[in-house]
Write a protein that binds this ligand. Structure first.
Ligand SMILES: [Zn+2]
Length: 215
């Protein structure tokens, strides 16, 4: 017998990630979610990898694996820690990284769709083929329902390019000494030794003139 482990939603803007396990021979299926908070402020710490591993272990315990039962786990990097852990526990021979297709993939996908529908969002029918379109569809929905931003993977670094997510990616602040008045000030860039820095009060007097801009 074989238990297949797959995920859904890790590339989607909304909500957490579904991790599901499916036993081919019996049709048993069970899933849990990596909470969306792992994809928010703490996203750069990559704790979702440990969380994914923890969930996989829990699901497999529920399946009560037979002594020689194989585990096929999706190749996606979200399972890198999980696969390593499983190899330690069950032995390398029983754990195989695969491209998951068929019923297992279908079931985790349905589970993810159910979860995002529960938020009140209706996914695009062609979500899987048109990833980019789906991303903007979800983003537009968040724009219309800003209170739902707490259910979005706002920690993705590339989101800082979008106004809607900017507040989740504050610019780092540097302190500097104003080259004019000598008071301490905060600037949104790393001050360089050979370049003057001005505080907000002094800046207008040092602004480059715009007169000759056109040549
Ligand atoms: Zn100053």
């Amino acid at each position: 017998m074989t238990v297949i482990v797959d995920d859904a939603g890790s590339g989607d803007l909304l909500f957490g990630v579904v991790v599901g396990a499916y036993r081919e021979e019996t049709g048993e299926f069970k899933y849990d979610m990596i909470d969306v908070r792992f994809y928010q402020e703490i996203f750069p710490e990559k704790e979702y990898l440990q969380e994914s591993s923890r969930i996989v272990s829990k699901l497999l315990a529920w399946f009560n694996l037979k002594p020689d039962e194989a585990i096929h786990i999706c190749q996606g990097c979200i399972f890198d820690v999980a696969a390593e852990e499983l190899s330690k526990v069950y032995g390398e021979d029983r754990v195989k990284r695969v491209r998951v297709a068929g019923e297992a993939q279908r079931l985790v996908e349905i589970a993810y769709l159910d979860e995002i529908r529960n938020l009140g969002y209706e996914p695009l029918a062609e979500r899987e083929e048109k990833r980019g379109k789906s991303f903007f569809h979800m983003m537009r929905w968040l724009k219309d329902n800003p209170e739902m931003l707490r259910y979005a993977k706002t920690g993705w670094p590339r989101l800082k390019n979008y106004h809607l997510f900017r507040r989740f990616h504050p610019e780092p602040v540097h302190t500097a000494i104003c080259s004019d008045c000598g008071s301490e000030c905060e600037v949104p860039f790393q001050p360089r030794a050979n370049r003057p820095v001005y505080c907000q009060k002094c800046w207008p007097a040092h602004k480059p003139r715009k007169k000759n801009q056109k040549n």
